[in-house]
Write a protein that binds this ligand. Structure first.
Ligand code: BES
Ligand code: MN
Ligand code: ZN
Length: 507
């Protein structure tokens, strides 16, 4: 991954391949943002005019490259748009900086070292610029033949991002940069896992990845294989996974801190490929269904991030891994599964598989009586219809907890929105055949799925459900620090939740 460093060198004397400056949209044209004074000087104080001449206005995400003729060691200046100039006395908000750093880092692929001369006001701005740069520099090229000669590989991610104006020995700045590097590394881990095609990432190989990381970070890991799942009565996981040539797994990954007062359980949907099963999805555009394990990837990455940060909280990750395939062994519509909780479920649609694997994991997680359970899942197309491609839905059995998660997401720059669990929808899953069906009313399908999950949460346990079906996988053009493909959605929210819990800020 891209290296992140801090420096107080002047942009005038620093050796770098490019210097990034910010440009905002002022009332009378582009305005160069604070932090770029030395660069502006090298342009005779006319950087804003030069940019305006080139047609740059300072709009969000706009990038303009300028050659340097004199006054700077770097050969290139990259001006990145910051959007509207904040009101007098206000700084640029964190997400604006994060996105701008991301757009700049993305535009600098193929460059070795870039210095970021963006407005640094405090540790939060260092964290935002650092995170944005490391997330924006991400690229996934594992399956591409590197035919291009290495030295002029224009797609290689930026190798080093140096943040100017931040003393490397300042404790708060240093901590901010270290946190940014740890969090970005883990968001990028989740992205990688989502991007791996399903012929290489299946329940078995996914579990092996977790075991490798557990060793590296000193985490406790247990993997239940298909024999253990069958013996243990995990009818949901087995029912979904039995159609696949690669059988299901339930992974428990635990981080503990000796001084921890609270324990969080994170549960992730890990369908390594969702074909729909016997209720097969219609042909066309199903390649994105490799992303159906994004919840499990986020949970895995968040637990490792918490370990990297050494937070004073216990966090247990539960990864419900299965591949949803049609075959002679597959679960049929009309089949009844006996779940790990003992409840019976009539499968009306084998494409509503996520809730089945999650149900078993939620029941199992509940047995350890954690202070809260948060599940993360690419659960429903209905949530995408409701909230679009960039926003995840937050449902919960506790209003304050749902609000806390919604607010935390906003703080870390993830788009989330609270959604209800209307009690009257529960009866739409009634069936004469079993305790409940895995499908109910189509209207409010995302909420029906949430109500299904709620049935499997232990009595009295605070629980929230994040439906990340929209933002988990980004199909259109990259923007800010968001690449095409896996996004690492919800990792930053989960990490901040763990930090808040460690600090005793939550219930
Ligand atoms: N994995 C899908 C949901 C999904 C849709 C994820 C779009 C990412 C993008 C899920 O398993 C599914 O197929 N849900 C069905 C449920 C229905 C059959 C009740 C859906 O949403 O159509
Ligand atoms: Mn499905
Ligand atoms: Zn699915």
């Amino acid at each position: 991954m891209t290296a992140l460093t801090l420096s107080t060198s002047s942009a005038a004397t620093l050796r770098a391949d490019a210097i990034v400056v910010g440009v905002a949209k002022g009332p009378k044209g582009p305005v160069v943002a604070p932090g770029a004074e030395a660069v502006d000087k090298a342009f005779d104080g006319k950087l804003a005019t030069v940019l305006e001449t080139l047609g740059a206005g300072g709009g969000e995400g706009e990038v303009t490259k300028l050659p340097v003729l004199s006054g700077l060691k770097a050969p290139v200046v990259l001006a990145v748009g910051l959007g509207d100039l904040p009101a007098e006395g206000d700084g640029f908000d964190e997400e604006t900086l994060r996105r701008a750093a991301g757009s700049a880092a993305r535009a600098l692929a193929g460059t070795k070292k870039a210095a970021f001369a963006l407005p640094v006001e405090d540790a939060e701005s260092v964290a935002a610029i650092g995170e944005g740069a490391l997330l924006g520099a991400y690229s996934y090229a594992t399956y591409r033949n590197k035919g291009v000669a290495k030295k002029d590989d224009k797609s290689a991610p930026l190798a080093e991002a140096a943040i100017l104006g931040a003393k490397p020995r300042d404790k708060a700045f240093k901590a901010a940069a270290e946190r940014a590097a740890a969090v970005a590394a883990e968001v990028n881990r989740a992205r990688d896992l989502v991007n791996i095609p399903s012929n290489d990432l299946n329940p078995k190989t996914f579990a092996a990845e977790v075991q490798t990381a557990a060793k590296e970070f000193g985490l406790k890991v247990e993997v239940l294989d298909e024999k253990a799942l069958l013996k243990g009565g995990y009818g949901g996981l087995m029912g979904v996974g039995q159609g696949s040539a690669t059988p299901p797994r339930l992974v428990r990954l635990a981080y503990t801190h000796p001084k921890a007062a609270k324990t969080l359980a994170l549960v992730g949907k890990g369908i390594t490929y969702d074909s729909g099963g016997i209720s097969l999805k219609p042909a066309g555009h199903n390649e994105t269904m490799k992303c159906d394990m994004a919840g499990a990837a986020a949970v895995f990455a968040a637990v490792v991030a918490v370990a990297r940060l050494g937070l004073e909280v216990n966090v247990t990750g539960w990864l419900a891994l299965a591949e949803n395939m049609p075959s002679g062994n597959a679960t049929r519509p009309g089949d009844v599964l006996k779940m790990y909780s003992g409840k019976t479920v009539e499968v009306l649609n084998t494409d509503a598989e996520g809730r089945l694997v999650l149900a078993d994991a939620l029941t199992r997680a509940s047995e350890e009586n954690p202070d809260a359970i948060i599940d993360v899942a690419t659960l429903t197309g209905a949530m995408v219809l409701a909230l679009g491609n960039r926003t995840f839905g937050v449902m919960a059995n506790d209003d304050a907890f749902r609000t806390a998660l919604y607010e935390i997401a906003g703080e870390v720059g993830e788009q989330a929105w609270p959604m209800p669990l209307p009690a009257e929808l529960r009866k739409s899953m009634d069936t004469p055949v079993a305790d409940l069906a895995n499908m109910g009313e189509r209207m409010g399908g995302g909420l029906v799925a949430g109500l299904f999950l709620q049935e499997f949460v232990g009595e009295g346990i605070t629980w929230a459900h994040l439906d990340i079906a929209g933002p988990a996988f980004h199909e259109s053009a990259p923007y800010g620090y968001t690449p095409k493909g896996g996004t690492g959605s919800s990792v930053r929210t989960l990490v901040r939740l763990a930090e808040r819990t460690a600090d005793g800020d939550l219930g």
